[in-house]
Ligand binder design. Structure first.
Ligand code: NAP
Length: 311
């Protein structure tokens, strides 16, 4: 494809709920629009077993189903969706942006919607990186079934940790939830479900010091913060959910970001760089949900349309 054919009004990076909704609205506004995604459609939600709090699905909907549904709907109005394999680079030009994809594919756009979401923060303890894929995981939906009838540990006390621990009880004989405080951060309804599940055991006020094992996880060395005592919790797998950080590296030199990389942008999705809009989990916001991501996507597309009209 020639560079000329790669000129767009709007280029969206990220195929999660925010990006795909931006694509739907941009396509319906008859803007020439392309969406670039490096993995699977749906973003973070694609690795969530069941989404129970997205309105319109009274019985819940599998996380993996949401992305393809959004994509089909946006494509019906003409959204161009492309996969990319190599790292993207974004450059500011006069009157727009150049987005380079690998060695020789360049896209040019008048406006850019960044909907790249966020990724898991590693704990940064010994054994974590070495045993990644050999019992250390950040995705219960992907790896839970490998641990049928075995004991597992989940680290963290937020929604992700507790929801994923609950999911893991489908396979595991027991799931320890190791949390550094004696109260969970997760929403109350999630806590209620967790406390009612006999396969979950909470290891309160403990921090993990090391993931132990030679070729695979054999345990998590934990420290009791109240007694300072250490002991080995024997488990076959450790699932780590200690928070997220923004995937904003591609634009971090162009827009203002906070210390975790979240893009500074309000509900209008406007960033510090005119022409770049931030939608979904990648922007600073009080609540990261499918519902808030799709709101951002719609807003970003309409703001991009206004920006193009006025520039
Ligand atoms: P989070 O809410 O930031 O929770 C992170 C958890 O990890 C906290 O309990 C924190 O402990 C603990 N933690 C952080 N650093 C640690 C460390 N170094 N060592 C040990 N523990 C550590 O992250 P999240 O659960 O991934 O959720 C991220 C966002 O997605 C949130 O806004 C959440 O509401 C949203 N989310 C929503 C749903 C849903 O609505 N169904 C599902 C998943 C995620 P402290 O509590 O002591 O700080």
């Amino acid at each position: 494809m020639s560079d000329n054919e790669n000129h767009f009004d709007v280029l969206i990076i990220g195929g999660g709920p925010a990006g795909l909704t931006a694509g739907l609205y941009a396509a319906r506004a008859r803007l020439k629009c392309v969406l670039l995604e490096k993995m699977i459609m749906g973003g973070q939600i694609a690795t969530t077993e069941m989404v129970d709090n997205y309105p319109g699905f009274p019985e819940g909907i599998a996380g993996a189903e949401i992305g393809p549904l959004f994509e089909t709907q946006a494509k019906r109005f003409g959204l161009d969706v492309r996969q990319f394999k190599e790292g993207l680079k974004v450059e500011k030009l006069d009157g727009g942006f150049k987005v380079s994809c690998g060695a020789d594919e360049n896209f040019y756009c008048k406006s850019l919607i960044v909907a790249t979401g966020s990724g898991w923060i590693p704990l940064g303890i010994p054994g974590e990186e070495r045993l990644r894929g050999a019992g250390v995981s950040y995705c219960a939906t992907c790896d839970g079934a490998f641990f049928r009838d075995q004991e597992l540990a989940v680290i963290g006390g937020g929604n992700s940790a507790v929801e994923e621990a609950l999911f893991l009880t489908k396979f595991a004989s027991k799931v320890y939830v190791i949390h550094r405080r004696d109260q969970l951060r997760a929403e109350k309804i999630v806590q209620e479900r967790a406390f009612a599940n006999p396969k979950l055991e909470f290891v309160w006020s403990h921090i993990p010091l090391e993931i132990v094992g030679d070729d695979g996880v054999e345990g998590v060395l934990v420290k009791d913060l109240k007694t300072e005592k250490e002991h080995l919790l024997k488990v076959a797998g450790a699932f780590i959910y200690v928070g997220m950080k923004a995937d904003s590296d591609i634009v971090k030199d162009l827009v203002q970001v906070d210390e975790r990389g979240y893009i500074v942008a309000g509900e209008d999705t406007l960033t510090s760089c005119p022409g770049i809009f931030a939608a979904g989990d990648v922007r600073i916001k009080p609540l990261r949900q499918v519902a808030t991501a799709i709101a951002d996507g719609a807003t970003a597309a309409i703001m991009a349309e206004k920006y193009i009209e006025n520039s």
